[in-house]
Design a protein around this ligand. Structure first.
Ligand SMILES: [Cu+2]
Length: 159
């Protein structure tokens, strides 16, 4: 009994490097552009790490744009919100959640090489610090209102 248990534990240990961010999970992913003519777009989602391993997202890529970057928003000295390329990436500690949302952290598509039409599914690949990757399907949703994650300021109800 003890022997079997030991063998299983050793096998699990050896498997760890290949499962660096095995707790990675994405929910509510959607992508959008401002207009059909937009050269840029963005993707938003809830990223979770259900695993026991701290993960670090260092980059992102996709086939739909010339460049895909991890972005955030920051207020400048004049009080204007500006987008910033987060070169160090996003930490995703064990058992944590990271929300990519309008006005906050997001995946940025620059130089779109296709029109994002409602209902299209595009692939976005996250790159982790250990060079492993995870590709997620992101559905284009041009009708989604900001604040769908409960951070709404109450202006989304139409009359
Ligand atoms: Cu951006």
């Amino acid at each position: 009994m003890f022997r079997t248990f030991t063998a299983a534990s050793v096998a699990a240990l050896f498997a760890l490097p290949a499962l660096a961010c095995d707790g990675f999970e994405v929910h509510e992913a959607y992508a959008r552009t401002s207009t059909a003519m937009s050269q840029t777009g963005a993707a938003f989602m809830v990223i979770q790490n259900h695993g026991d391993t701290d993960c670090h997202i260092t980059g992102v890529r996709s086939d739909i744009a010339a460049r895909t970057e991890l972005h955030t928003h920051s207020e400048d000295a004049q009080g204007v919100m500006r987008m910033i390329h987060v070169e160090e990436g996003f930490a995703l500690p064990a058992d944590s959640e990271l929300v990519l949302e309008r006005g906050g952290n997001h995946v940025m598509f620059m130089g779109l090489n296709q029109t994002l039409a409602q209902g299209d599914v595009v692939e976005v690949t996250f790159i982790f610090a250990d060079d492993t990757e995870a590709t997620v399907d992101v559905t284009v949703d041009l009708e989604r209102q900001p604040g769908a994650h409960g951070h709404s300021h109450g202006h989304s109800h139409s009359n």
